[in-house]
Design a protein around this ligand. Structure first.
Ligand code: AHN
Ligand code: ZN
Length: 332
């Protein structure tokens, strides 16, 4: 079943790749789109991936996980954001007790009109999709699967903080919305091969049932996942289309207008269980921007393998997603 779904996606990608569509224009300006005054720096984002990987795999209950969580929270604080740590106890599918930590960093917390931009910061404890079976119990660095999305969130926070604190801030328009950057924990310790099960996305499931503030709400959410590998494209994910079709259209249109149309394809991506799902089900329309290998039409080749490390991080993909997020923030 999974195979036939992916073959449909592959077919769609082949059709697109065969040049049936015109080449996207570099920048298409029209009335409802104003380019962001801020520039996303992919070298900076790359360094944030490297820093997260330097602690070692961020598996649940590990020291590397603790240290990296402290670094992420401290980094958001250093950019002037208000950081809330949401701790919770949980259990993995094998019964292991875990201590979860969702990290919520709020930009312009005084504003009530808010959006969520999120990703998961834990890494998978098993390289169980590796060709080499002897690696199936080895933890992965999760440079792409985990660290790349958090790196984009951190770089967004950094450039937004420059806009607010720069002496020229009078001349740099601030975005009219508040943003909560949420780093989900315990996303990636689920059962291999059974992706629809509730063993995935434990941090976001907890948050959906216990928002960090009682009266908290957001207009919509955008979850990022695996946004840092080479030959990566993004397709319209099915659950995002069911719960938040206007957000998908808006983001994909803005990406095209900003010159990133070759990353954000007008193709169906199938249904993917990810951190956007608990939010959708709890009343916040949320989309998933999740990397797909443009040649294979599957998750990136390094997915859940020991090759998901810094060597396979590709700066242009970070840039395409990060800059698109800035354009969305300024054209909300
Ligand atoms: C699938 O739904 C196939 N996987 C769970 C989401 C995930 C795992 N994202 C990264 N790793
Ligand atoms: Zn994963």
């Amino acid at each position: 079943m999974v195979n036939s779904r992916w073959s449909i996606i592959s077919l769609a990608l082949v059709l697109v790749a065969c040049g049936s569509r015109p080449k996207p224009a570099d920048v298409e300006v029209n009335d409802d789109y104003t380019p962001s005054p801020l520039t996303f720096c992919e070298d900076s984002a790359y360094q944030y991936v490297a820093q997260q990987c330097s602690y070692g795999p961020r598996t649940m209950n590990s020291r590397a996980h603790d240290l990296c969580g402290d670094w992420i929270a401290g980094k958001f604080r250093s950019f002037g954001l208000a950081v809330c740590d949401q701790y919770a106890d949980g259990r993995l599918h094998d019964g292991t007790k875990i201590r979860m930590r969702n990290i919520i960093a709020s930009y312009r917390p005084e504003l009530s009109d808010r959006i969520i931009i999120s990703g998961h910061w834990d890494s998978r404890p098993w390289a169980d999709n590796d060709d080499d079976e002897s690696k199936h119990t080895t933890p992965i660095d999760g440079a792409n699967d985990g660290a790349s999305s958090i790196a984009v969130l951190l770089e967004l926070a950094r450039v937004l903080s420059i806009a607010t604190t720069d002496t020229l801030s009078d001349t740099i328009a601030l975005p009219a919305i508040g943003i909560d950057f949420i780093c989900w924990d315990a996303e990636d310790s689920g059962t291999h091969g059974r992706f629809s099960s509730s063993t995935w996305c434990l941090g976001s499931q907890y948050w959906a049932n216990h928002r960090h503030a009682d009266d908290y709400n957001a207009r919509y959410g955008i979850n990022l996942d695996m946004v840092g590998s080479a030959q990566t494209v993004f397709c319209r994910e099915t659950i995002s289309m069911q719960y938040a079709p206007t957000v998908v259209s808006r983001v994909w249109n803005i990406a095209r207008k900003a010159g990133y149309g070759r990353y954000f394809l007008d193709a169906d991506g199938g249904e993917i269980t990810d951190d956007h799902v608990p939010l959708c089900r709890s009343g916040i329309p949320c989309i998933d921007i999740i990397g797909i290998d443009s040649e294979q039409g599957t998750f990136p080749r390094t997915w859940h393998t020991i090759d998901d490390n810094l060597d396979n991080i590709h700066r242009p993909t970070l840039k395409a997603v990060g800059q698109t997020m800035l354009e969305v923030i300024y054209n909300n």
